[in-house]
Design a protein around this ligand. Structure first.
Ligand SMILES: Cc1cc2nc3c(=O)[nH]c(=O)nc-3n(C[C@H](O)[C@H](O)[C@H](O)COP(=O)(O)OP(=O)(O)OC[C@H]3O[C@@H](n4cnc5c(N)ncnc54)[C@H](O)[C@@H]3O)c2cc1C
Length: 360
């Protein structure tokens, strides 16, 4: 029998989909010595390019179960990957901390209880008299905002991350095919991924990282995986008020469920999730800026300078994400919903372990 190393070096893995999940799997598996081909017809028009890049792991309040394990693992793995990827882009980094805010007294009490019970030095309550909260309340012209700070969580710029991964993949001479896969099947111990133009790409293993479309490529009668599209929208707003300097606000924070990222003195990004629609809203400005009882005047008068959206996949009937070994050298990684950027390192670690087991 051939050694593990020999099998590794010869094995060819096809990754279908080149969002963050496909690219991160390619990174991890190419480091292990596999030959990788990524296939995607539209690698820039995906949900990963639309993401805000908030890494909300350590402040997750359910501190047990699979979701917590994946978050915890990713938060540990991210700094190591960043250090490694800085060889390809020295500016790539995670901006910390992350702040979660609320105007709801009950929610704040829940945060206090969570922090009190967990005794984690990386999480702290932000009282009304703290400088950070005073600045936020002043900027948002209110007195009711309170919350918590997580020193381990933060944000990575997703577009910069994806570009850095592209550089890495190019440097490693990873094969990229700009096509859509319409069928996969296994014949005589080999997988055949068929493109729309009828090309057949042979491989030993296939990893499905093509989000909502992953279920179209598997026999769903035997696997019964259901995914629902969930819209995510974001806008960049320019304000025109010389009294307000958005850079005095934290680098990234969340108020009543909306993620907010100040990017300059007079510009900020706000993102939201819409569970009930797949089409972008017409009145997006109204909807996305409606996170306080009363909006500050600078926000009322703000102008949209950019807007974008992405459609994410959310599993139905089981928790997010779906990471399953379907057997016979076929793995599915989908349904990452709100947290694909956060969970990419934990996902690729899981895939690598499954593949190592496949060869033993
Ligand atoms: C507005 C917004 C904000 C977000 N903010 C955050 C955040 O702050 N933090 C966070 O962690 N996550 C965030 N997310 C969620 C995150 O973007 C997703 O969870 C993540 O992008 C999922 O990555 P993916 O690789 O599974 O899917 P995608 O990025 O959608 O990639 C799937 C790829 O598969 C390709 N594909 C589809 N079918 C085929 C086929 N048949 N053959 C070949 N290729 C195919 C597509 O072209 C696509 O490129 C946000 C999402 C949105 C929309």
């Amino acid at each position: 029998m051939k050694s593990l190393k020999e099998n590794f070096q010869k094995a060819h893995i096809v990754i279908i989909g080149s969002g963050i999940i496909g690219k991160f799997n390619a990174l991890e598996l190419s480091e292990l010595g596999f030959q990788i081909t990524i296939i995607d017809p539209a690698k820039e028009k995906n949900s990963s390019n639309a993401a805000l890049g908030i890494l909300m792991g350590n402040m997750y309040q359910k501190r047990n179960g699979r979701s917590w394990d994946l978050r915890k693992q990713s938060i540990e793995l991210w700094p190591k990957w960043i250090e490694y990827l800085q060889k390809f882009n020295y500016e790539l980094n995670i901006k910390k901390p992350l702040i979660q805010l609320t105007t709801n007294e009950e929610k704040f009490k829940k945060l206090e209880k969570f922090i009190y019970e967990n005794n984690d030095l990386n999480l702290q309550i932000l009282e009304r008299n703290s400088i950070i909260i005073q600045n936020i309340n002043k900027a948002f012209q209110t007195k009711n905002i309170k919350g918590m700070i997580s020193f381990k969580d933060g944000r990575i710029n997703p577009v910069s991350l994806l570009k850095t991964l592209d550089k890495y993949l190019k440097n490693k001479k990873i094969n990229f095919i700009n096509e859509e896969i319409i069928r996969i099947r296994k014949l005589n111990n080999q997988w055949f991924s068929t493109t729309k133009t009828n090309r057949n790409i042979k491989s030993d293993l296939v990893i499905l990282c093509n989000s909502l479309k992953a279920v179209d490529l598997i026999d769903n009668l035997s696997h019964n995986i259901k995914l629902k599209p969930v819209l995510g929208q974001a806008i960049e707003i320019c304000i025109n008020d010389s009294e307000v300097d958005l850079l005095t606000l934290p680098k990234q924070f969340n108020i009543n469920g909306k993620n907010i990222i100040p990017i300059s003195k007079n510009k900020l990004i706000i993102g939201s999730t819409d569970e009930y629609s797949t089409k972008p809203e017409r009145n997006i400005f109204e909807k996305i800026t409606n996170f306080l009882d009363k909006k500050p005047t600078w926000l009322i008068n703000g102008q949209i300078t950019k807007k974008w959206f992405g459609v994410r996949s959310r599993p139905e009937g089981e928790p997010s994400p779906i990471m399953k070994n379907l057997g016979n050298g076929l793995i599915i990684c989908t349904g990452f919903y709100k947290n694909g950027i956060l969970l990419a390192p934990a996902c690729s670690k899981w895939v690598a372990n499954e593949i190592k087991n496949y060869f033993y």
